[in-house]
Every structure is written in structure tokens, then in C-alpha cells.
Design a binder for this molecule. Structure first.
Ligand SMILES: Nc1ncnc2c1ncn2[C@@H]1O[C@H](COP(=O)(O)OP(=O)(O)O)[C@@H](O)[C@H]1O
Ligand SMILES: [Mg+2]
Length: 226
């Protein structure tokens, strides 16, 4: 599903942020990526979404070699890869329902299709009945649920979550992780970048540890050890 071979990333300031990263993720896996701040985790996410290019090495998503993906192709990649972030990135002048509809509108889905998809995806994430609330009218946990709903409307094969619980208290964080597990059970591959030791240790799934741009451990039933 995802494959990186010998990936190096050097930004313009010449610091090597990713250093010979090799990683394969199979369809349906739930992988946690852990490591200290500044070790290159978000850079890895950005390479998978086409926002950043590798300096050398190769990257595949499914059968698609995205190593040199052009700007015009990035929107198609984004339909295969949903992304959520620590700060939710919802549009604050739009309701939760509108935030989710918007993701479908921009790629030309018909109003009738949008009307059908939005309530069903809101139900999956536990937001039924909150379509008309604005982001500032709901909790952080609910904002993240809306962001997850938005990421799921295209039924992506992969969901990348970059520190999705970073702004949430423990209860909301656990609820978001339970939701990611539910989405994984539907068959979506999940890559969870996190700092949260309790979350990772509670999952008992594959853990990839990154340190200074290198993968230093990769364990099937890993713990958070840094
Ligand atoms: N656009 C950029 N230009 C230059 N340096 C960057 C850029 N983005 C990130 N970096 C640097 O790359 C390193 C890794 O950053 P990042 O991938 O965000 O790490 P993490 O998500 O693990 O905290 C950091 O030292 C950061 O300052
Ligand atoms: Mg980061």
C-alpha cells in the first residue's frame, strides 16, 4: 500500500531531515510512527501527500510511483489519502456539515450525492445532528471528528493522522483513537504519528520509531520507547 525505498530529504537549508528511510506498509495495517519533535515525522507525512518531494529515493502509494508527482496530480492522490492534523484545520466560517460538503464540492460531486454522503459519514464519526454547528460551537474532540469525517468522504484507502490527539485531553484522545480503530476495521490503512505514550502502548500494534530522520526500530507489537 505504501513503500518508501532509500528516502532522503534535505530542505533548502541543507539539513538532512530524512536519512535512508525504508518503510513498507501493507493494506489494512495500523502503524504508529513515534519519535521526538524535529525528527522528520511530519516531513514523512508531507512526502506521502505530495506536499514535499524526496531529495532521493522512491515512494509508492499502491501501484502509483509518486516520487516525482506533478502538481496537477496531487488532488487525485489526496482522494486516496485522507489527512488529519493536530489543529483540525476546519474552516471556521463554515458549519461542520459545510466543511465536509466542501471537500466533495471542490471535486465536482453532485448536490444529491453530497446530500447522501455527508449525513452518513457524520454518523460514522459520531456527529449525527451536529451538522449545523460551527467549529467554535463544539469541543476539540468533536472538531477532530469533523476533520476525520472530511478526510473520509472520498473513501480513501489510507488515513494519515499527524498528532491527531495533540490538542485533546485524555478522554477525547482515547475516543479519537477508538474511532481510528473503527475506521481501520472497515479496511482503511492507518498511519498514526503521535507523541502520546499511553495511546501507543494501549494499541499493541506496529510501532515505527524515528530518530534524527532514521527509522531506528520497527516492531509488530511495539511499545513507545524513545
Ligand atoms: N519547509 C522546511 N524548510 C526547512 N526545514 C524544515 C522545513 N520543514 C521542516 N523542517 C525541519 O525539518 C526537521 C523535521 O521537521 P518535521 O518533519 O516537522 O519533524 P517532526 O514532525 O518529527 O517534529 C526539523 O528540524 C524542521 O525544523
Ligand atoms: Mg510533526
Amino acid at each position: 500500500m505504501i513503500k518508501l525505498i532509500g528516502v532522503n530529504k534535505i530542505y533548502k537549508n541543507k539539513v538532512k531531515v530524512l536519512d535512508d528511510v525504508n518503510l513498507s506498509v501493507k493494506a489494512g495495517e495500523f502503524v504508529s510512527v513515534v519519535g521526538q519533535s524535529g525528527t522528520g515525522k511530519t516531513t514523512l507525512v508531507k512526502i506521502l501527500t505530495g506536499e514535499e518531494k524526496v531529495s532521493s529515493g522512491k515512494v509508492w502509494v499502491g501501484d502509483w510511483d509518486i516520487t516525482n508527482i506533478g502538481k496537477a496530480e496531487v488532488p487525485y492522490l489526496r482522494r486516496q489519502i485522507g489527512v488529519i492534523f493536530q489543529d483540525f484545520k476546519l474552516l471556521d466560517k463554515k458549519t461542520l456539515g459545510e466543511n465536509i460538503s466542501f471537500a466533495l464540492e471542490v471535486c465536482g460531486k453532485s448536490p444529491s450525492k453530497i446530500k447522501r454522503i455527508v449525513p452518513s459519514v457524520m454518523k460514522i464519526v459520531g456527529l449525527a445532528g451536529k451538522e449545523n454547528r460551527y467549529p467554535h460551537e463544539v469541543s476539540g474532540g468533536e472538531q477532530q471528528r469533523a476533520a476525520i469525517a472530511r478526510a473520509l468522504v472520498h473513501q480513501p484507502k489510507i488515513l494519515l493522522a499527524d498528532e491527531p490527539t495533540g490538542n485533546l485531553d485524555a478522554i477525547n484522545a482515547n475516543e479519537i483513537i477508538d474511532l481510528l480503530l473503527k475506521i481501520n476495521n472497515f479496511g482503511t490503512t492507518i498511519i498514526l504519528v503521535t507523541h502520546n505514550r499511553d495511546v501507543v502502548n494501549g494499541l499493541n500494534r506496529r510501532v515505527v520509531t524515528v530518530d534524527a530522520g532514521k527509522i531506528v526500530s520497527d516492531r509488530a507489537h511495539g511499545k513507545y520507547i524513545i
